[in-house]
Design a binder for this molecule. Sequence first.
Ligand code: NAD
Length: 499
Amino acid sequence: MTSKKIMRNTSLRHFPLIINGKEITHGSQDLVAPATGEVFATVAVATVKDVQDAVKAAVIAQKSWVALSPAERSNALLKFADALEQHSEQLANLESENAGKPIKLAKYSDIPVAIDNIRYFAGVLRRIEGVGAGSYMGGYSSMIERVPVGVVAAITPWNYPFMMAAWKLGPALAAGNAVVIKPAPNTPTTTIEMARIAISAGLPAGLINVLTGGAEVGEAMVTHKNVRMVTFTGSTRTGRRIGELAGLGTKRVTLELGGKAPFIVFDDADLEAAVQGAVAGAFINAGQDCTQAARIYVQQKSFDTFLKRFKAVTSTIRMGKLGSESTDMGPLTSQVHREKVHGMVLAAKKQKIKIELGGELPKGAGFYYPPTILVNAPQNSSVVQEEIFGPVVVVNSFKDEAEAIELANDTIYGLAASVWTLNIQRAFRVSSALEFGTVWVNDHLPLTSEMPTGGMKDSGVGKDLSHYALEEYTIPKHVMFDTSGDARKGWHFTIFGDQ
Ligand code: NAD
């Protein structure tokens, strides 16, 4: 496999870093549109000095932000969400071009869902409260305050750049923190636009700072002494490194990492619903989704019928121009990533794993890869055990409920899973036996702002979305009052008494 030469357009937009409300334009890195393979814009390149400046600005901004009342912070975030909505068409187009998404996905899902996340956190911040206030010792009263952590470093991946930024900014800002965020090097544009819109909507300078670059800038953020929390979404490998660095600095950390979701179809399922769910679950965002239905397990009796229909519906997926509403699936994010995905398919072929559909590198521009179905791959093969992160899915069979649970849980990951059955007792039994942070019953993929997402096992630590995420970004602080007014009373006097 050889890397193709990247083409360059003539007049390019240049995206800046955002530090303390100012646009910093130094350095230039090309940004390639995955659908064409051509450079469509350039972005400024952050330095370690920029990390220091951004954190300094965030420290100052956080002090005035937390001094606002919850109502004031909530109103400011609602204005921010409204401003994002006013720009939603522009944001959807940019996300589509930069991240290689069909316009339908960007316009009807990623952008509106992200804006809803911000609105949700703007609302829920008004009921941040501590539980357990009361009198727990004679002559004393206690209260719990939930205080912000301070400055949060957020590091996000390339697959859902705008949505991942919203998942971090929403709860972090709602809780009274300031943020320095670094999107993935190849997909920074909508995060930068988001910060620009925040400033135009009146959020204080320094509250959201955006840096670009890769590991060097990321590590400088994670290890900065004034960063008190790191929130990361990305691969398990990078997550471990970040966890290690954050641990050395005694920082709070949340890690939303990889997945290899099982999709379990029992003989008693609505088979057509399962097929439709599997097509969406497997090929959403060209399979570049941490909750992708990557391992489809079908009970033996239904296996042939399911596979035939799954193949037929998958064959109708339309790849094409991102701006067309008739396009269902876009390209992969980069040439390098496509080579990785194709390499895993070729390795499976070498191991005599049957390729039921796809598996061929398409000709033409861009980093497109066809929907690919592999069948009966051994449970210990890399296509069953490792994240492929492309439109490649394995369909295997199982004998009974016990085997389905065993195969599904046989993974280092624990992010998401689904079970398809019309038997309510089985649905309860299997969903509770699955070791995953989210389990869907008779569906796969939907998330809501009110419910948490996050992994077990090597899929990570902590939660995004919901009030559980808000808790990650606050510290329960115990304030204890002596209510007796008696200098010679209190528990210490029983120990140091008799003077
Ligand atoms: P990645 O780990 O390569 O990069 C993620 C981010 O980390 C990027 O911004 C990158 O520049 C930065 N980074 C890389 N090395 C770093 C270091 N040493 N220190 C600090 N920052 C560093 O991941 P990716 O390839 O961009 O994203 C795909 C991965 O993200 C997949 O594994 C996917 O499952 C995962 N993901 C998880 C969720 C979730 O909610 N659990 C959501 C989306 C994506």
